[in-house]
Design a protein around this ligand. Structure first.
Ligand code: FMN
Length: 388
């Protein structure tokens, strides 16, 4: 059978066959197994004709470099690296001297509230021993991914994607390498900000999306972002998991799609099998947005711990500090075998997914479905009325 044709200007910009990009998904499940989008998934998507993007969040600079080399050993095609560049990382604490035990940065009442939440759910409380040495202080004003960004620049990666925040401080050095910059946003204000900073492509991500997400739905957001940042091109994200979603995104004027949830249940996704099964079991109403796991709004498969956190009235900490706040909670959950309460980021499109299968098959079904819809004549239920 011949391969369907689905080409947009994104294919020419990035040197790929199909305008389908794998979201650079970071770690789930309390970081047990590292990022979801590691070399096998990235290479599978690139080899299938899309653009694989490595989830760099959660990797040390050394591990990131190794993983980049691993991708290069599995494909000759272009691929990208995604990192999170949140503003207000650690509430600024990372720029100064850190206490030996970073838990001292968290108000005692908030820590006690988290412990009570666990105990109310029948989870026995355990605390990690304090670290032997204080964490190495970061540079003044240091961000979450400063050292990993140096690796992206040194390795001359074809595509860089910023999952959170503004890539402005890095734009000149990335562009000097010929790296194309994608920047994820959830509203028009941030879309203008990253386009003005020099992003080559804005990824407009609707609230349907799994992982960190905003408040505006994809159908409303994408055309508003397109209008706001023209002539910068836009990729659509959030809720796109089959050919119908791809066709809809292209009809809105996007030049491609950025998909996470659809590939979460691929064979190559680096995610515990129990978590893939929960995504498969989820219906349209089974995800919820919470700040529990990172301090920023994140869509997850819902669970009783998320419900308890939302009902508790506890104030989330800035990104970085929230991870420190819940580190003993995650440790206790693991010890208790309650992996069902760990972070299981996934989008509203979970309800569309029915089985695990190879990433290439997921991608090719999306392409074939979209090509079929876009090539269709008007369905008989639609009547075109000519102007009189
Ligand atoms: C498990 C998971 C982890 C994610 N981690 C990241 C990440 O580290 N960086 C990032 O830019 N986006 C991350 N995202 C969001 C995706 O980039 C993407 O915007 C989203 O998955 C698109 O919507 P969809 O899930 O409906 O396809 C993650 C999403 C999921 C489901």
């Amino acid at each position: 059978m011949s391969r369907p044709v689905l080409r947009t200007s994104l294919c020419d910009m990035l040197g790929i066959e199909y305008p389908i990009v794998l979201a650079g998904m970071g770690p789930v499940a309390g970081g047990i197994s590292g990022p979801v989008a590691t070399a096998p998934l990235v290479a599978a998507v690139s080899n299938a004709g899309g653009l694989g993007v490595l989830g760099g969040a959660g990797f040390s600079p050394e591990r990131l470099r190794e993983e980049i080399n691993h991708v290069r050993s599995m494909t000759d095609r272009p691929f990208g690296v995604d990192l999170l560049l949140p503003s207000n990382f650690m509430g600024g604490a990372a720029s100064g001297e850190m206490p030996r035990d970073p838990r001292e940065l968290i108000p005692a009442a908030t820590r006690a509230g988290v412990r009570k939440m666990a105990e109310d759910l029948g989870v026995e409380w355990h605390e990690l021993p304090p670290p032997k040495e204080a964490p190495v202080p970061r540079r003044a004003g240091g961000g979450m991914s400063d050292d990993q960004m140096e690796v992206v620049i040194e390795e001359k990666i074809a595509v860089f994607a910023s999952g959170l925040g503004n890539p402005a401080p890095w734009v000149a050095r990335l562009k000097a390498n010929g790296t194309k910059i994608l920047s994820l946003v959830g509203n028009v204000k941030n879309a203008r900000r990253v386009a003005d900073a020099g992003a080559d492509i804005v990824v407009a991500q609707g609230t349907e999306a799994g992982g960190h997400t905003g408040r505006i739905a994809t159908l409303a957001l994408v055309p508003q972002v397109i209008d706001a940042v023209y002539p910068t091109p836009v990729i659509a994200a959030g809720g796109i998991a089959d050919g119908r979603g791809v066709a809809a995104a292209l009809a809105l004027g996007a030049i491609g799609v950025w998909c996470g949830t659809a590939f979460l249940v691929s064979d190559e996704a680096n995610q515990p099998e129990t978590q893939k099964q929960r995504v498969l079991a989820a219906g349209d109403e089974d995800t919820k947005i919470t700040k529990l796991y990172s301090g920023k709004t994140m869509r997850n498969i819902n669970n009783p711990l998320i419900e308890a956190w939302e009902a508790s009235g506890l104030q989330p900490m800035p990104m970085g500090l929230q991870g420190i706040l819940i580190q003993d909670l995650v440790y206790s959950l693991r010890k208790a075998g309650r992996e069902d309460l760990l972070m299981n980021a996934a989008g509203q499109a979970s309800g569309l997914l029915t089985k695990t299968r190879p990433a290439a098959e997921i991608l090719h079904d999306m392409v074939a479905g979209a090509a079929e819809i876009l090539g269709r004549k008007l369905p008989q239920t639609v009547t075109a009325v000519p102007e009189s």
